[in-house]
Design a protein around this ligand. Structure first.
Ligand code: SF4
Ligand code: SF4
Ligand code: SF4
Ligand code: FES
Length: 343
């Protein structure tokens, strides 16, 4: 069957979703709620293309081609619609892609990752992430930016880093071992530029970190502040702001490539912020990052499910269904809502 794409003729199969034929021919069409050969329902609308004959925008993931169809994939109008779809998804998504402390560190220390290892009791790994970088003479903008400060007091980042330097390296000879481990420790949370193993094609082009889209947790309500105090009582008091699923996040990739740097609309999500559900030993689900694409629902039997309807709809995992969820499903999730904590 013949169709026209951006004024060029294209041979397509009438049985293959439009998005597949377009991608196979080299057209760049993003998707969030679609994964090839998986069950899905169109909901995200980031795969929109224009049907020139009807003048309508159509989701290419769930449209079969028709003889003589004329499609546009790259006009301002199409790109604008996709961007708007992304903005709407982001308005319902409450999380920090990167921790504020890490973003502002003038010496490039991944403060959040050091503190994550610290709270897990992995002092050597914490020291490996810290490396030889010193905080001497620095005015600690990390402590001014610290999100815990909006709850009560900032995390004492400098003294914790000093402790890591002192105790993580104090065993004679360990410095060498620590250095050797540095690469491995830094890779434990792959950067968004790491090759992506998910079934979604990642359109992220290499950019400096500062050029990436960065979602924000925003202000806490008084009730949320109380919740944070009760949840984060470990010695560091760190809220562990950085998204652990950011390395595989298609939402962030697409927002970055669409030129979005911060969410345009206020974040409306009413889901409990920083709620962390251990689905299995290896899988974690954080509902406030879920865009309700449904891929985990449609592709697990008796696993994830939708609860409620309309704006209040959310994806839940009943306690008795957790054992039905396989590791594989984390690879389908196009955000950092569902991620694997161990490789
Ligand atoms: S709470 Fe922890 S991760 Fe968040 S900004 Fe403060 S030190 Fe960084
Ligand atoms: S899920 Fe994606 S967009 Fe959301 S905080 Fe994580 S990396 Fe950022
Ligand atoms: S948790 Fe499920 S519904 Fe939510 S974004 Fe991930 S795959 Fe989609
Ligand atoms: S509606 Fe097509 S990928 Fe989501």
């Amino acid at each position: 069957m013949k169709i026209t794409v951006n004024h060029q003729p294209l041979d397509v199969s009438p049985h293959r979703p439009l998005i597949e034929s377009l991608r196979a021919a080299g057209y760049d069409v993003p998707s969030m709620c679609y994964a090839a050969d998986r069950r899905h329902q169109p909901s995200c609308m980031v795969c929109m293309v224009k049907d020139v004959h009807t003048g309508q925008m159509i989701p290419s993931c769930s449209t079969l081609p028709r003889e003589g169809m004329e499609i546009e994939t790259d006009t301002e109008e199409v790109l604008g619609m996709r961007r708007q779809a992304l903005e709407l998804l982001l308005s319902d998504h409450r999380a920090d892609c990167e921790a504020p402390c890490t973003i502002v560190c003038p010496r490039g220390i991944d403060v959040a990752r050091v503190l994550l290892h610290y709270d897990r009791g992995e002092l050597s790994a914490a020291a490996a992430v810290l490396g030889d970088t010193s905080c001497d003479g620095c005015k600690a903008p990390c402590e001014r930016a610290c999100r815990r400060r909006t709850v009560d007091e900032a995390v004492s980042i400098r003294s914790l880093l000093d402790e890591v330097r002192r105790d993580g390296l104090e065993v004679k000879g360990e410095r060498l071992e620590v250095r050797a481990k540095a690469g491995a420790a830094n890779n434990s949370n792959p950067s968004p530029l790491t090759p992506n193993l998910s079934p979604h094609p990642s359109p992220l082009t290499p950019n400096p970190k500062s050029d990436l889209f960065c979602s924000r947790l925003g202000r806490f309500t008084d009730a949320e502040k109380e919740r944070m105090k009760q949840l984060f009582t470990q010695p560091s008091r760190c809220l562990h702001c950085a998204c652990e699923g950011s390395g595989k996040c298609i939402l962030r990739s697409l927002a970055t490539n669409a030129g979005i740097r911060t969410p345009k609309y206020g974040v409306q999500s009413s889901l409990p912020v920083k709620e962390r559900i251990e689905v299995t030993e290896r899988l974690v689900y954080e509902p406030a990052k879920c865009i309700r694409c449904g891929l985990c629902v449609y592709n697990t039997d008796d696993g994830f499910t939708f609860e409620r309807r309309g704006f209040d709809m959310r994806v839940v995992i009943p306690e008795e269904s957790k054992s039905h969820v396989s590791d594989e499903v984390a690879r389908l999730c196009p955000t950092g809502a569902l991620f694997s904590v161990k490789s």
